[in-house]
Ligand binder design. Structure first.
Ligand SMILES: CNc1nc2cc3c(=O)[nH]c(N)nc3c(CCN)c2[nH]1
Length: 373
């Protein structure tokens, strides 16, 4: 029975939306936070733990998986869902961003990106066609076009050049997209911090007619107010009935503000990376478990019971594990952070459905400021 890729909006509150995306591997409640599973694993977590935090979708990366273990190998082994035993939705990023942030000897031209692997220095070429072929081999449900993302601040000519190249690569990616039932390709709006280029990019991509639209080129060094201003400019240009994905974002505050501006999907390494370094996100704000003040604190991190980890272990124990660089510390802190991000989005979905999203934002931010931690 073939499933179609669909997006249904159940409720709106201002420009915030509560919806459901349906893919070949199940449904995704939006606004959704997507844990990053770069090398076919959400670091330090078993897939059933990731699922238990409330995640409906995880993110994979073409760049990492093409280098190791290889896309053809994963395809021979049954595809990425089977390989990592994640039977739910997977979104894969197309590789351009990772090449620019990880690889060496990078060269971008009309054809694509040429680079040397950060693992063994081997030479690779990634074109829109090859990126879509890799994503098809991985079998991901939502596949991203190949694009060029520039850092900010940057010169307008460089931003403009990358935006137009990304438009040409959007057409080539779409033409190369195999598109099995329940799979979709998303376009990526570029244009840096230039309002007119953002509008030009969005309108050109809407004319190409994609099932979903990502806002790229942000969370690359710009202040939050610049990012939010770009969302105010881009969101109204995108078809309201299609999903919007803000790439690489962000802090809990970023997520709340972007949901208010009509964003439906997020991915960010912060909850997982910060967790591995002992930094935990809670209803009361951020807590650095390495800090000596936790050494004798018998209280659980958050006794409210929503998180099985934060209500079970003492701050003293989490401090001890973190200070000792124990593997269990990385697991527990990651679990706490992914759980917090999922509950943040769950609360947003409920608030939108009950037309009280502005209050939800204010109450949540007040909780962070209370900072009784
Ligand atoms: C951490 N900040 C950040 N900004 C991004 C922009 C793009 C972007 O403009 N394009 C693509 N393809 N990926 C991006 C990513 C990676 C998302 N997993 C970004 N991450």
């Amino acid at each position: 029975m073939s499933v179609r890729f669909t997006f249904d909006i159940h409720a709106r509150d201002g420009t915030a939306r509560n919806g459901t995306i349906t893919t070949a591997h199940g449904s995704v409640a939006t606004p959704a936070f997507m844990p990053v599973g770069t090398a076919a694993t959400v670091k330090a977590m078993l897939p059933e733990q990731v699922r238990a935090t409330g995640a409906d979708v995880v993110l994979g990366n073409v760049y990492h998986l093409m280098l190791r273990p290889g896309a053809e190998r994963i395809a021979r082994l049954g595809g990425l869902h089977h390989f990592m035993d994640w039977p739910h939705t997977i979104l894969t990023d197309s590789g351009g961003f990772q090449v620019m942030s990880l690889a060496s000897m990078r060269k971008i031209d009309e054809q694509g990106v040429t680079f040397a692997s950060h693992i063994d220095g081997s030479k690779h070429v990634l074109t829109p066609e090859r990126s879509m072929e890799i994503q098809a081999l991985l079998g991901s449900d939502i596949q991203m076009q190949l694009d060029e993302c520039v850092s900010l601040p940057n010169e307008r000519p460089a931003i403009e050049k990358a935006m137009h190249l990304s438009l040409r690569w959007a057409e080539r990616s779409k033409a190369a997209f195999g598109g099995k039932p329940g799979q979709a390709i998303f376009a990526i709006v570029q244009g840096g911090d230039q309002a007119d280029l953002r509008v030009q990019s969005a309108r050109a991509l809407v004319d190409m007619d994609f099932p979903g639209y990502a806002v790229g080129g942000l969370a690359v060094g710009e202040p939050q107010d610049v990012m939010l201003r770009m969302l105010d400019i881009v969101a109204p240009e995108l078809p309201p009935e299609r999903p919007r994905y803000l790439m690489g974002v962000g802090t809990p505050d970023d997520l709340l503000e972007a949901v208010a501006r009509g964003i439906d999907m997020f991915d960010c390494v912060m909850p997982t990376r910060a967790g591995r370094h002992g930094l935990c996100y809670t209803r009361f704000g951020k807590i650095n478990l390495k800090n000596a003040r936790h050494a004798d604190d018998p209280r659980p991190l958050d006794a409210d019971g929503d998180c099985p980890v934060a209500s079970r272990y003492s701050r003293a124990y989490l401090h001890h594990l973190t200070r000792s660089n124990e593997i269990l510390g990385m697991v527990l802190n990651t679990w706490i952070n992914l759980g917090y991000y999922q509950r943040l989005m769950q609360g947003a979905r409920r608030a939108i459905a009950e037309s009280r999203y502005a209050d939800y934002m204010a109450e949540t931010k007040a909780g962070w400021a209370a900072g009784d931690i």
